[in-house]
Design a protein around this ligand. Sequence first.
Ligand SMILES: C[S@@+](CC[C@H](N)C(=O)[O-])C[C@H]1O[C@@H](n2cnc3c(N)ncnc32)[C@H](O)[C@@H]1O
Length: 367
Amino acid sequence: MQVAELVSKIGQHKYEGSSVTAGVPYQNIPNLNIKGHRDQSDWRGKRICELVDVKGKRILDLGCSVGTISSTLKDQGASYILGVDHDCESIGIALQLYDIDFMVAKITQEFISEMGHFDVVVWTSQFMWMVQQHGMEYAVEFLFELSKKCDTLVFETAGKQDGSAPLDMSQEDILPMLIKNTCFQEIIDSGPWGDGWAPRNVFICKNPRISWDSNFFSKVERINRKVIRKTYQNSERGRELRDREIYFLTLFQSSPKHFPRLLSDDKEFIEMSYEGIPALWIPNDDLAQILTELACRQIIHRDIRPENLLWNGTHCVLIDFAYAVHAGDITNYHYDLGQPYKSPHGYNDEFSLRKTQFKLMEARCRN
Ligand SMILES: C[S@@+](CC[C@H](N)C(=O)[O-])C[C@H]1O[C@@H](n2cnc3c(N)ncnc32)[C@H](O)[C@@H]1O
């Protein structure tokens, strides 16, 4: 089908969040001089490039409409772009106009969980439709998943100032919502687009590049999003570490908030609930609660460092109890353990946790 025919079909079938005016795409198409329902989408693409360096980046454009923003990002040097939308006619137009990968798909939690990692995700003016389609709880869970899948997210949503927007949230509520429900280390409110519509602020959310494939967890296999399988060597030492981990995790079964839950153990491996990404900061509340839980049980973890703290979206989880001991038990003293987070005076979990907190904060300031 030719572009003109596809444009004439726009609006005949109603796709939530897309154009409702017959023959008018949601975005403008500058190279064909076609006006859109929102007539400055190419300008929005350029604004994104002012805010984020897209050169050489792999980009996912969620709710890409006819691909006008995608095409601007490509012109500005993005190395790969995937545009996704449920509006078949819009994707048909985009595919004919640009040498970019576009696909018709519903943006859902399943969709994002199957996606690989992207350097940049552009998610503009679609969140409010997800809230309408699936509810707020679903949309914030999606946000959390998304925050684990990219280094940078460009986020914007309509809110109640828009009048017609299906989201009962003002622009001032969006930053706290992003802080609470994502694991981004840095979130910048870049202010409104400034394209004359009811103001919608653009948020640039950033993660440092940390991946589960790093050496953090040798001998650890991720079974799914929530479960890992940890295999110990079949040697006396391996069995000792495995038994110790099982023993200490069992002591924490009643406190699942800050410690992994033991799901099963076998001769060769144990399976644990590990949800989250490496922590990027430790809120003071979490620090106090972790120390209290350890102190109540008279346990010294001995190996607290950034690699052993996960962030699960709401709080920090302390992992890896293979070297923990009961306070006073110095029979298994490993002098090199926990370096360089170990106190000069011996093992002191509070010292290590505060040093970890300080180091994470320092890394945030540097980035
Ligand atoms: C308001 S437009 C925004 C377009 C573009 N992101 C922009 O900022 O110019 C929302 C887009 O999201 C698409 N959309 C809405 N809900 C969707 C869903 N569940 N799955 C896929 N696409 C969806 C619509 O078809 C529409 O193209």
